[in-house]
Design a protein around this ligand. Sequence first.
Ligand code: GLV
Ligand code: GLV
Length: 329
Amino acid sequence: GLQRLVVTRTLPQASQARLDKGFEGIDIVQWKDDRAIPRSEFLKMAKGADGILCLLTDKIDAEILDAAGPQLKVVSTMSVGYDHVNLSDLEARKIALGITPGVLTEATADTTILLVLAAARRIREGIDAVIQGKWGTWSPTWLLGSQLTDKTVGIVGLGRIGIAVAKRLKVFGVQRFLYQGTRRKEDAENQVGVEGKIEFVGLERLLKESDVICVCCALNDKTKNMFDYHAFSQMKDTVVFVNTARGGIVDQDGLIRALREGKLGSVGLDVTVPEPLPQDSELLTFPNCIVLPHIGSGTLETRTAMSEIAIENVLSGMKGDRLPHPHNE
Ligand code: GLV
Ligand code: GLV
């Protein structure tokens, strides 16, 4: 009989067109809406699925897998992060997990640079001043930010995205890179290409010595709430702190407290807890804190490449083939 493919959202146009055309032997069931599929709908729709193509907004756990049934072979998420997926629940059922690595590296690194510069140069305050008629005159002393020349940048997680961020920052005259992670990565250091100016350090040194800190690591048990009030207290009071990875890596109450106490220079976030961030969050009240709505990979080119990989992963898994991009490679 027909296999069942469950897709939890409308995809970028080129990929959606492929789904609309259909695949032989496959019945596609899709949540075609711009909001995330409600859990109760997802549980119903998952029933009988051989493959699930989901997003980072869909929690994948035992409940969903059991609702789908024992024929489920593959979960393919249109994201590089998979902290929304309970891996042990998948492994226990021998279900493959596909992700979309590589194709979003450049777009996400671009967004990181965007936030570093926007935060360092006080873009939010500048734009607000222009819109509100508070632009009095050019002033030698007004809205002064900081620049990257000769500075020290701390990269948390020197993976694909961390490397791409460091490479970009080189061009701005950054003097020295510190990085943090589970281990020293000489190959990654070489890829950044700043011989002698990149050093694997402990978190404490990174916090104390960095002028700019970019969070580029995955969210997992080790990185959850890694940046808490204590961590923010150790940073320079001029620090530019940017997170384009996952909101959960930051203890947001600790961040808010540090901002309230004036302990941080400026902050740029593309990710929060929860998402969407409620409009009345205190996080939005600080002029030196910029929040974007998780658009790190948000270019047409990248999102199309991601959805194409997600389709290839799910189709391969449903056939019982090796996934082109499994989570563990
Ligand atoms: C985006 O956040 C992703 O994980 O792809
Ligand atoms: C600034 O606009 C300058 O001309 O120095």
